[in-house]
Write a new protein. Structure first.
Length: 554
């Protein structure tokens, strides 16, 4: 049995056991393994069992499926350590024998004499009522006075203007001063449903590394319980936590960071049994400290998030200004032809790019449209790199296939493997109407003829930058009088309506046929209107770019 280690184009890597008889991989919700990769086909590839062996087959995807760097044309048998590349996503085939070292929550009942769990909100409520009741002895009065003085000191300390990291260090410092643990850790939610170790502190001379316990996180951070573990070794809940036991930790105390909006995470302190054993007073004190700290943590985190959002907005604004400067500021006048180009980003900055440029003293017109992997600032940077790499070969008069070959090699050498682009590069001869083109894994271009018929100009090679050496060919088609060439990105054809149905190339072709005699401005407006009518208000998930070219009648 195999285990798959999956590195998607976007998001964190994860593992999945390969079981059952078949596994369809794609970006559609109908696939069994859904990957966040917009260059992936909706149902891209299938892994299946046959005669006791696992095989992989491509399901007619646009960009193909590669096994160990080779594009497969037929079902291919898989073996351990094979690497599958599906657009920008990588799947590595591993043996399932490797053991999982994570701590697993045990459902076995624990010894209540050794472990105490209390609902933190109940402890906070009880402490509030104890402040004015039940102080019948000098000792009780002194203890409550000391607690209030401590919490007041903590309030003042945490009220300083601190960044989040500084605030967390301050919280641990105060906890160490009062409870004298050997090690402490603060674990916060990471915004994606998981948890991260946000801060850690050790007593002098203690060299340990706090081990995440899923048991403790579940009980404290998830359920809002305060925890006191008198002896980890005798608590069956930690029976599987060999990494904790081997570190020598015996006594634990933990409390959640609770505020009106819920839990932010938790603080946990630990000690060797022979050094320090925590008690219920320690647990109650830690709950009080965590309660005071929770509001400050949320406020500081929100302030930092707002500042980061403002910074990103400024960066997006600047990136968009730079990117707009790369797009044609003016469409050239080409005798005998009408041209139009436009770009609408979905996220402020675009992963799409187009170029319309004359060369050879105006005898030729170069048409380029490209769609790079990713979105946002990273995509805009890759777009700028693509434009720079293509500019020189275009200027010196090279043919489309030769330009794509050079761009592919240089882009691969300068960017991570997951960064690549689809593109169409075409050279239009002004005098003859001949169009020589290379389609590097891009959506098929449309040629709508004057008589209403149309043809698609499909891929003649893989996306640029996907591999170091791309194998590109070029083809040619003649644009006759009245013929229309439509270059576009998949933000057009993959726009979805509320039923998750895609707009598709057929609808695009039909709109172009119906408006083939209209001015290109009017044609572009008709396409936009058709798209808006189709999506019915569903936000566009991707950038939308067009390059339109029509040969004028003599």
């Amino acid at each position: 049995m195999f285990r798959l280690h999956i590195v998607p184009a976007h998001g964190d890597p994860f593992d999945q056991v390969l079981e059952g008889d078949s596994l369809i991989v794609g970006r559609s919700s109908a696939a069994e393994l859904v990957l966040a990769d917009r260059f992936l086909s909706r149902k891209h590839a299938r892994l299946f069992q046959e005669n006791g062996a696992w095989l992989v087959e491509d399901l007619g995807s646009r960009n193909g499926t590669l096994v160990n760097g080779t594009k497969i044309e037929a079902p291919t048998k898989l073996k351990e350590n094979d690497e599958l590349r599906l657009s920008g996503s990588v799947i590595m085939v591993r043996s399932r024998d490797k053991k999982d070292d994570r701590v697993v929550t045990s459902s076995v009942k624990h010894d209540t004499a050794q472990t105490v769990f209390r609902r933190a909100s109940d402890l906070i409520s009880r402490q509030s009522s104890d402040a004015t009741a039940g102080l019948t002895t000098p000792e009780a009065l002194r203890r409550q006075t000391d607690r209030l003085r401590l919490l007041n000191d903590i309030h003042r300390a945490l009220g300083q203007s601190l960044e989040l990291d500084e605030l967390l260090e301050m919280i641990l410092l105060r906890a160490f001063e009062q409870l004298e643990p050997e090690e402490g850790v603060i674990i916060l939610k990471d915004g994606e449903g998981g948890y991260r170790k946000a801060a850690r502190r050790s007593a002098p001379g203690v060299d340990t590394n706090y081990v995440f316990s899923e048991t403790l996180i579940t009980e404290v951070a998830e359920k809002g319980m305060a925890a006191l573990v008198l002896d980890v070794e005798t608590d069956s809940r930690f029976g599987n936590a060999q990494s904790i036991l081997s570190s020598g930790i015996r006594s634990l105390v933990a409390a959640p960071f609770l505020d009106a909006e819920g839990s932010l995470g938790m603080i946990a302190l630990n000690s060797r049994y022979h050094k320090r054993q925590f008690d219920e007073d320690d647990m109650e004190l830690l709950v009080s400290l965590a309660s005071v700290a929770a509001l400050r943590i949320r406020n500081v985190a929100l302030a930092e998030e707002a500042a980061e959002r403002r910074r990103l907005e400024e960066e997006l604004k600047l990136a968009r200004q730079i990117q707009v400067a790369l797009l044609p500021s003016k469409i050239p006048d080409v005798e005998g032809f009408e041209l139009w180009g436009g770009n609408v980003p979905s996220r402020g900055v675009s992963g799409d790019y187009y170029k319309i440029e004359q060369r050879e003293d105006g005898r030729q017109c170069v048409l380029v449209i490209a769609d790079v992997s990713g979105k946002g600032i990273a995509a805009s940077l890759l777009t700028a790199s693509l434009e720079a790499l293509a500019a020189g070969p275009i200027e010196v008069g090279q043919d489309p296939a030769e330009i794509c070959t050079k761009v592919c090699r240089r882009l691969f050498q300068r960017t991570p493997p997951a960064k690549y682009a689809t593109m169409i590069l075409a050279i239009l001869d002004r005098e003859t109407g001949e169009l020589r083109y290379t389609n590097a894994g891009h959506n098929p271009a449309l040629v709508v003829h004057a008589n209403g018929e149309h043809q698609e100009l499909g891929p003649t090679g893989m996306p640029v930058g996907l591999l170091e050496e791309g194998n590109y060919t070029q083809k040619s088609v003649e644009l006759g009088p009245g013929d229309l060439l439509v270059l576009y990105t998949d933000g057009i054809t993959e726009a979805a309506n509320p039923d998750d149905e895609e707009y598709g190339i057929e609808r695009l072709a039909e709109v172009c046929k119906q408006n083939r005699d209209a001015g290109l401005d009017d044609l572009a407006a008709a396409i936009d209107q058709s798209l808006d009518d189709f999506v019915q208000g569903v936000p566009y998930a991707d950038d939308r770019t067009f390059v339109l070219t029509r040969r004028l009648s003599s």
